[in-house]
Design a protein around this ligand. Structure first.
Ligand SMILES: [Zn+2]
Length: 110
């Protein structure tokens, strides 16, 4: 499980790096062409692409912090325990979603 989480963490970090790179690329092209976001149709596309990338970045960063938490719990104990009711999380659920922090019953109550 630890290996799986560590591998996923590496992949997520790479993804964040690639997304940062893409975002920087978009910013660069905006600067060099002097596109006006509000009046140029191309500017609107760029703004859209940028917001897509930023929401992906946001997701990846959240995923990364979930992975960090899971890895810390593996080390310090508490991994696989529902943070809401304290019951063990079903192994099938952890297999499908290694960063799950609540059991199926608590997750479906939300
Ligand atoms: Zn629970």
């Amino acid at each position: 499980m630890e290996e799986l989480l560590a591998a996923e963490r590496t992949r997520t970090l790479e993804r964040i790096e690639a997304l940062n790179h893409d975002r920087d690329g978009i910013i660069d092209s905006t600067v060099s062409t002097g596109v006006d976001d509000e009046h140029d149709p191309e500017g609107a596309t760029i703004a859209f692409e940028r917001s897509q990338i930023e929401s992906l970045l946001d997701q990846s960063q959240r995923h990364l912090s979930e992975l960090d938490r899971a890895l810390r719990q593996l080390e310090e104990g508490g991994y696989g325990t529902c943070e809401s009711c304290g019951q063990p999380i079903a192994p099938e659920r952890l297999a499908a979603r290694p960063t799950a922090s609540t059991c199926i019953a608590c997750a479906s109550r939300r």
